[in-house]
Design a protein around this ligand. Structure first.
Ligand code: AMP
Ligand code: ZN
Length: 478
């Protein structure tokens, strides 16, 4: 049975299958490179990476394209503030993004087009839209998409149900040409922005005068170039992109090219902090570096970010990282006991982590099925720990241990989890110690300081120290 995934457009589970003889064409809206990506962004990129891995384990060839947004309101503002040319400013953050992706064990996309390198393609797309009367230039030299010219506008996010106010100006009588805007402000959106003084040197010539493309346009242009005009099988992004960004992508691409942009829409729910979306504008973010500085292994970060099902928001706390470290330690213990049966060193474990064949998953079939039906990472991890719980390695002979290692390795490949990652290997905190730490943290929060102090003492006697921060606690050996 093919992989099933919920599709935002049809609001139903749909099989993911490529056209016969073709790769499965998968496009993801990539990072805006104006600072380090935060772990909220990485939740989305990691879930996309996990989906790609699951498809590959199933035997599909995936053509994965993820763009780099290196020209928009935020990158231009950041470049000007830092005094660097836009190219140098975005290059440094693109490099940082790549380093973080590698640390989190993300597969590299097959293509990573840059928006700034696709300006001619974006201009040509606008020309087609103007010729077909789906877009119009204003006297001052900007170009807008005429939302009323596309009757399917709003279908993806069911905007029609919420009453589209198709308007080219906002209530203050100004045009809405910000790259991002709220649902209430549905309007003819900008395709070409007339040059403004605050853009500095970041402008290009066009038939409508000097300026730069609007943000939504870049994906339509890069999808067209990267996939050579073919309809996408799958398109992904965080839920915030569903409207307006993906609605606008659909409108631009379908009106210009006269064919569907994409068959299947994959939106993942947000990483939250105290009930709010993790975002740069709210300042409630963590980067991978922040968490490394607190002593966490990037693999624990990956584990924590994919451990919740993608359709549900995930609340991030430091405690979830401790739990992830303990879970990784358990997986390592299991791998070690299997390797002791096959008489192989830990260094041999890496060879088992590969796509393999889902038919040979044996004990891990239930975990695989959870991934295959709507990427249920949470149920998959539950099923995996169910297997570990019975401690099956103890009674195994070498052959069975090898078979189990193969199935285990295939499942870990699908999840993108690496074990025994060297100096950064997760610190193993025994469960009773972690539980004491948690009890002390709760006592402290409840202002029961005498209980909190006595639990701290108990931990010290057992050889562990607690370090507190505003977000939570960390347990380290004394
Ligand atoms: P950006 O770099 O802002 O263009 O965002 C890159 C990706 O991260 C997009 O797919 C966003 O939808 C996604 N994203 C942004 N914030 C979060 C969050 N708190 N949780 C999950 N995904 C997010
Ligand atoms: Zn996009």
């Amino acid at each position: 049975m093919p992989i099933q995934l919920y599709d935002t457009h049809s609001r139903s589970l749909q099989p993911l299958v490529a056209e016969a003889g073709q790769p499965l064409r998968f496009y993801c809206c990539g990072p805006t490179v104006y600072g380090p990506a935060h772990i909220g962004n990485f939740r989305t990129f990691l879930l996309q990476d996990t989906l790609r891995r699951v498809l590959e384990v199933e035997g599909q060839t995936v053509e994965h394209v993820r763009n780099i947004t290196d020209v928009d309101d935020k990158t231009i503002k950041g470049a000007i503030e830092s005094g660097l040319p836009l190219k140098d400013f975005t290059h440094q953050w693109t490099k940082k993004f790549h380093t973080d992706c590698a640390e989190l064990n993300c597969l590299t996309p097959h293509k990573e087009p840059s928006a700034v390198k696709h300006i001619p393609e974006q201009i040509s797309l606008i020309k087609q839209l103007v010729e077909k009367n789906h877009a119009y230039a204003t006297e001052e030299g900007s170009v807008y998409f005429r939302v009323s010219s596309f009757e399917n506008y709003g279908n993806l996010s069911r905007l029609k149900d919420r009453e589209i106010k198709s308007q080219s100006k906002n209530s203050a009588g100004e045009r809405n040409d910000a790259d991002e805007y709220e649902r209430e402000a549905v309007s003819d959106f900008v395709l070409w922005k007339k040059r403004k003084p605050e853009d500095g040197e970041n402008f290009w010539s066009s038939p409508w005068g000097e300026g730069r493309p609007g943000w939504h346009l870049e994906c339509s242009a890069m999808i067209e170039t990267s996939f050579k005009g073919a309809t996408l099988d799958l398109h992904g992004g965080g839920v915030d992109l569903c409207f307006p960004h993906h609605e606008n992508e659909i409108a631009q691409s379908e009106c210009a090219h006269g064919r569907p942009l994409c068959k299947h829409w994959f939106h993942s729910a947000h990483l939250m902090v105290d009930g709010a979306k993790m975002s740069k504008s709210l300042g409630n973010l963590y980067t991978l570096d922040d968490l490394r500085a607190k002593g966490f292994n990037p693999m624990a970060v990956r584990y924590a970010l994919i451990a919740g099902s993608y359709r549900q928001q995930l609340n991030f706390t430091i405690e979830t990282l401790h739990a992830a470290q303990s879970a990784l330690a358990k997986l390592e213990r299991f791998a070690s006991s299997l390797l002791s049966k096959t008489e192989e060193p830990k260094s041999a474990f890496g060879q088992y982590i590969q796509p393999g064949n889902p038919k040979n998953l044996n004990r891990f079939t239930k975990a695989w099925e959870a991934l295959a039906i709507n990427l249920n990472t949470s149920a998959a991890l539950g099923a995996l720990f169910g297997v570990l719980g019975s401690n099956p390695a103890t009674s195994m002979k070498a052959d069975e241990a090898r078979q189990t290692l193969n199935g285990f390795g295939t499942l870990l490949f699908a999840l993108g989890i690496q074990l025994f990652t060297g100096k950064d290997a997760p610190l193993e905190i025994p469960e009773d110690i972690y539980a004491l730490g948690q009890a002390r943290w709760e006592a402290k929060r409840a202002k029961d300081y005498s209980r909190a102090d006595s639990l701290r003492e108990t931990l010290l006697e057992k050889g562990w120290t607690i370090k507190d921060s505003s977000e939570g606690f960390q347990i380290v050996p004394k």
